[in-house]
Design a protein around this ligand. Structure first.
Ligand code: BGC
Length: 591
């Protein structure tokens, strides 16, 4: 039987309740396995940081077994259709303790290596499968155009050409031939997420069609060509109209013109902002072309609303059938109908999860993503025989290096945030036996008789989404929001300025503590984006943009000590208070 016959025969047997259930996805915390069966749900997800107790791969496999078994428990009321479980594995399987955590996308952009991108996606897929999960909401194909945007680090580059060089390769690494070792990819967020006015998260992208197409749509093309099976809609609006209700962008452009035959999923309660009347919001979004709906608390209300819209003829059954056909097709093409329960799948609980082999791939990516911005008097590479003072807020912090979307939605800080991870201090100590850690981190013990050089690790603490926005002026929200049809959800921003000295004055103080005592400083900046760092750069002898490198801090010391060359190049232009900053493509080599 061809897969089309299979899907059509299944569809023909489904009741309206079963179809609407397939179109519904909700969060693990608000749904039991029994409800998955009762409401015939097509999917369950983990929102950022949501994990079963214990949070080890085995705990995830057990949880997924229970959901899967419920979805497959056929009786007179319920057809066996395997549930698909989705997670944000956006830099490795980052929700799970002990996972290999890769650099966030901005660092991967600086590494400019499509082969390594594909390998990273393969490793990520393997670690997702280890948890009994089959779907990741990745890769993000945003082309970030304003550094104020809190999601800038999820963007490989401000250059659509670089994002396009990666997009297809990442999807290939995840999905491969849709075989045993594959997971389903979800390219996001369609479309224009990186182009909002003032860089406001979930804001309005006010640009003409040509710019939208050339800048924000272009990177999707190689990913679609590679067969990306799912696409997530973006929270943003395009010229005032929300993507979640945008028939033209979802149905005409994506499905019809670009021939996308997988399914479209909404973002987290993304339909809420279309209209105050939820019934109307459901109507608009289903008719715009969304196939599966990511709904948190009010998923039962969504189901009830969609039933009544069909009964009233406001949503045609043909639209429901189209959505369900697409969902079943994806499940079929991925081979979900033939896969056994998660615990019996080949890579569940896989020993390669968080293994040395996988961590080496991440370490390589970290080393290649470091961008050297300044190296006076060739202070780098450092000698391993040097006596090195390691200071700064993030000197011995694994959580800060990983950033947002790591174990918790907003990320975490602290030396033990990520089991198995290596902080900069741990990595330095392993290479340079005479290194010492600054007691309070502030470097006041610096002493030229005792220390040849200091490494100072500073920067932004972890954040995710709108909580990473920089908003100099609250009027921007009013101005931006007033142009949007529907409502704008605004979170408290990270700060008011991109100046590090304003955001974290203690960082400059640490550098000054050390240079005032006569010890030269090498800065390692941990950040989700280029920051204004004029005084910090002026005071230091060498300056490295380390981005959000993830679990393998030794990738940083690989280049600091010259075991590997600095090959990273900026994938975003770097601003400066004094006028000229650094162009995209800039990066020194320390040889
Ligand atoms: C984010 C998505 C993410 C989803 C599920 C949303 O808030 O915008 O990128 O995939 O949550 O966690």
């Amino acid at each position: 039987m061809t897969h089309i016959d299979f899907v059509e025969q299944l569809l023909a047997r489904m009741t309206l309740s079963q179809k609407i259930g397939q179109m519904t996805q909700t969060e693990r915390m608000v749904v039991s396995p029994q409800q998955v069966k009762e409401f015939h749900l097509g999917s369950v997800l983990s929102g950022g940081g949501s994990a079963p107790a214990g949070n080890r791969p085995q705990d995830w496999v057990e949880m997924n077994d229970a959901y899967w078994a419920a979805s497959m428990d056929a009786d007179d009321e319920h057809l066996a259709i395997p549930l698909i479980y989705g997670v944000d594995a956006i830099h490795g399987n980052n929700n799970v303790l002990g996972a290999t955590v890769f650099p966030h996308n901005i660092g991967l952009g600086a590494m400019n290596d499509p082969d390594l991108i594909e390998r990273i996606a393969e490793v990520t897929a393997r670690e997702v499968l280890a948890a009994g999960v089959e779907w990741t909401f990745a890769p993000t194909l945003a082309v970030a155009k304003n550094l104020h945007w809190g999601r800038t680090y999820e963007s490989y580059s401000s250059d659509p050409a670089l994002v396009s060089r990666y997009s297809g390769r990442f999807v290939k690494g995840l999905q491969g031939e849709l075989a045993e070792h594959s997971v389903v990819a979800c390219i996001k967020h369609w479309v224009g997420d990186g182009g909002t006015s003032f860089g406001i998260d979930q804001g309005d992208t006010a640009i003409d069609w040509q710019t939208l197409s050339d800048t924000h749509i272009a990177p999707y093309l190689p990913a679609l060509e590679q067969g990306a099976l799912t696409v997530m809609v973006s929270f943003n609006s395009w010229n005032g109209d929300k993507c979640h209700g945008h028939h033209h962008l979802l149905t005409q452009v994506l499905k019809q013109q670009l021939g996308f035959d997988g399914f479209i999923i909404s973002d987290w309660d993304g339909i809420d902002y279309l209209d105050d009347d939820y019934l109307k919001a459901v109507e608009l979004s289903v008719n715009a072309g969304i196939d599966m709906f990511m709904i948190a608390d009010k998923w039962q209300e969504f189901i009830a609303n969609l039933h009544s819209l069909v009964a009233d003829g406001r949503v045609q059954e043909s639209r429901i059938d189209d959505a369900v056909r697409r969902i079943l097709n994806v499940k079929f093409r991925y081979g979900l109908f033939d896969r056994p329960r998660p615990s019996e799948r080949p890579f569940s609980g896989d020993a390669l999860f968080g293994s040395a082999e996988h961590r080496l791939v991440a370490r390589q990516a970290v080393a290649q993503s470091q961008v050297l911005l300044k190296n006076d008097a060739q202070i780098l590479p450092l000698s391993k025989q040097a006596s090195i003072l390691v200071a700064g807020r993030f000197a011995h912090d694994t959580g800060a290096l990983a950033g947002g979307f790591t174990v918790a939605w907003q990320g975490q800080t602290g030396p033990d945030a990520l089991p198995g991870a290596t902080s900069v201090w741990s990595a330095v100590k392993a290479s340079a036996p005479r290194a010492i850690l600054s007691a309070q981190g502030d470097g006041i013990e610096a002493d030229p008789d005792a220390h040849d050089v200091a490494i100072v690790v500073i920067g932004e603490h972890p954040y995710a989404e709108g909580m990473g926005d920089i908003r100099p002026d609250e009027n921007q929200v009013v101005e931006s929001g007033s142009k949007i049809n529907g409502s704008l959800k605004v979170l408290a921003p990270y700060g008011r300025s991109l100046e590090l000295a304003t955001l974290h004055p203690e960082d400059l103080q640490t550098i000054q503590n050390i240079i005032a005592r006569g010890v030269p400083v090498v800065v390692v900046l941990i950040s989700g984006r280029p920051l204004l760092v004029d005084p910090e750069m002026a005071a230091s002898q060498a300056f490295v943009a380390a981005w959000l490198p993830g679990s393998e801090g030794a990738g940083i010391t690989d280049v600091l000590f010259g075991d590997k060359a600095f090959t990273g190049r900026l994938s975003f232009a770097w601003p400066s208070l004094s006028g000229p900053g650094f162009e995209r493509g800039f990066g020194l080599s320390a040889v």
